[in-house]
Ligand binder design. Structure first.
Ligand SMILES: Cc1cc2nc3c(=O)[nH]c(=O)nc-3n(C[C@H](O)[C@H](O)[C@H](O)COP(=O)(O)O)c2cc1C
Length: 197
């Protein structure tokens, strides 16, 4: 069965470097035979988590994101680094998903992520490429959200140059991204085979 991969940028900014890097990853995942969907943050109603909002009814974006996660086998994230940490967009999105109860024929939010494969990359104009955010994101999405994060990751430094209009990744950058893409495809397919899917 075709592996379905949900691709996500940790930045919704129009000119986001991570949106561009996520688009590169999406192309490679598709070239590797995966069916790829990219999260459109602008289409998801995901206000900053607040218990009073939750009590008034879950935002439609929380339910939509839970559905997207349920419908895919794997996740691929390109994240910015904010003060050496994960940007609030991602934390907030998964916080909402974690609050979605079993409903609409789908399991509870965290049950839709449990044991699914995830690959992480980051991009930053800085020299470290957002590397510090990757450790924090790995802990959050792995230990807490329950995704199986592949060991490979890649931080693209000086991403403003590497991802400028008309620029191409150099051989080292290319190989770094491809290593994570290949790990997600390989691990996702191994899990599919183990489940007999
Ligand atoms: C609140 C904030 C904190 C930031 N902290 C870091 C940081 O710790 N390390 C880093 O490399 N870049 C940092 N940056 C710069 C981002 O890497 C840069 O704005 C990047 O372009 C954001 O990703 P995007 O282009 O995908 O939106 C920070 C930016 C913001 C707005």
């Amino acid at each position: 069965m075709t592996l379905k991969v949900l691709v996500m940028s940790g930045s919704a900014r129009r000119a986001s470097l991570n949106r561009r890097f996520a688009a590169f990853a999406a192309e490679r995942l598709a070239a590797g035979g995966a069916a790829v969907t990219t999260v459109d943050w602008g289409a998801l109603d995901l206000p900053l988590y607040h218990g009073d909002l939750e009590a008034a009814g879950l935002p439609t974006g929380a339910l939509a994101l839970r559905r997207l996660l349920a419908e895919h086998d794997a996740l691929f994230v390109s994240t910015p680094e904010y003060n050496a940490f994960v940007p609030p967009l991602l934390v907030n999105a998964f916080d909402w998903v974690s609050r979605v109860p079993a409903s609409d024929g789908l399991p509870q939010g965290l049950a839709t992520t449990a044991g699914k494969v995830a690959g992480l990359v980051s991009a930053s104009p800085g020299p470290l490429g957002g590397l510090r955010s990757l450790g924090a994101l790995r802990g959050f999405l792995g230990a807490t959200i329950g995704l199986l994060v592949v060991p490979e990751h890649y931080a693209l430094g000086q991403a403003d140059k590497a991802l400028a209009d008309g620029a191409t990744l150099d051989a080292r950058q290319d190989a770094g991204l491809q290593r994570v893409v290949d790990a997600v495809l390989r691990t996702g397919r191994a899990l599919q085979a183990a489940r007999g899917a």
